[in-house]
Write a protein that binds this ligand. Structure first.
Ligand code: SF4
Ligand code: SF4
Length: 255
């Protein structure tokens, strides 16, 4: 088990070129400040429920919503992401956060990990070498700061509780295409006003749909589409990476 020290140098590097996963309330606030959001969608084939005790599957299940793709049961994972190229719109010239007291949970938690299956590794973080010293961050693999532990719990709870609401937002916006999990993402940049209005409506009602929605897989690989279709799923090839306001980001070259 590892010990890690850390003290933020306020270099501002972690506030650039990001997709920040937000809660519904944070997403509403982000849009109200004029920020841009994306919905990042992936679909996991889920023909049968996993055996009890499969912690990774349970984690995925809790953060996704049931749906159908053709006749194949799937789970859809949707991330509400604040998106920006270059500096965050809230980053000041002195590298301080302009919304420090209202900054999203994910910003408060960094560089700790939210996903319990991802180990915190300094080499995977954008922080400079001189940040990894001075104050205890991890002792024997356990986070030292109680506030960060609570924020991680809060983030995980929101991610789980809001999964049906994120699905409802997609339904409201007519979004029903996702990449195959671990092969890519579909990233949609909806009209900000339409997204804000859908989020406000869903947040106010707190209701989610009952019927499992129909979703379609998209892929840049012919073999993937054919395999999915052979098991009853709806899927098609993406010819270009950008279609309308949606972008397919594949992890593998087209084939
Ligand atoms: S909201 Fe603040 S802390 Fe979060 S990325 Fe933007 S500037 Fe950085
Ligand atoms: S990259 Fe690391 S050291 Fe730099 S501001 Fe972000 S958290 Fe602090």
């Amino acid at each position: 088990m590892n010990d890690i020290d850390f003290e933020c140098t306020e270099c501002g590097k972690c506030c650039h070129d990001l997709r920040l996963a937000l809660t519904v309330t944070e997403a509403i606030a982000w849009l109200e400040r004029g920020g841009r959001m994306e919905l990042i969608c992936e679909a996991i084939p889920w023909p049968v429920e996993p055996e009890p005790g499969n912690a990774q599957a349970e984690y995925k299940r809790a953060r996704s919503s049931p749906a159908m793709s053709g006749s194949l049961p799937v789970r859809i994972s949707i991330v509400l992401a604040a998106a920006f190229e270059g500096a965050c719109p809230n980053l000041r010239a002195d590298m301080r956060c302009n919304i420090y007291e209202q900054r999203p949970l994910v910003c408060r938690i960094y560089p700790a990990e939210i996903n319990p299956f991802v180990e915190l590794a300094p080499q995977n973080k954008g922080c400079p070498p001189d940040a990894w010293q001075n104050k205890p961050l991890l002792r024997q693999g356990v986070l030292v700061d109680a506030a960060t532990v609570e924020q991680i719990e809060q983030s995980r709870r929101a991610n789980q509780l809001e999964a049906p609401l994120r699905m409802q937002v997609c339904t409201e916006l007519g979004l029903n295409e996702a990449a195959l999990a671990n092969e890519g993402f579909v990233m949609v940049s909806p009209d900000s006003d339409a997204l804000l209005s859908a989020l406000r409506k869903i947040h106010a009602s707190g209701q989610s749909q009952d019927a499992a929605a129909q979703w379609t897989f998209v892929s840049n690989r012919t073999g993937t589409v054919e395999t999915l279709q052979s098991v009853g799923a709806a899927g098609h090839l993406v010819e270009t990476s950008v279609v309308g306001n949606a972008r397919y980001h594949g992890f593998f070259p087209p084939s």
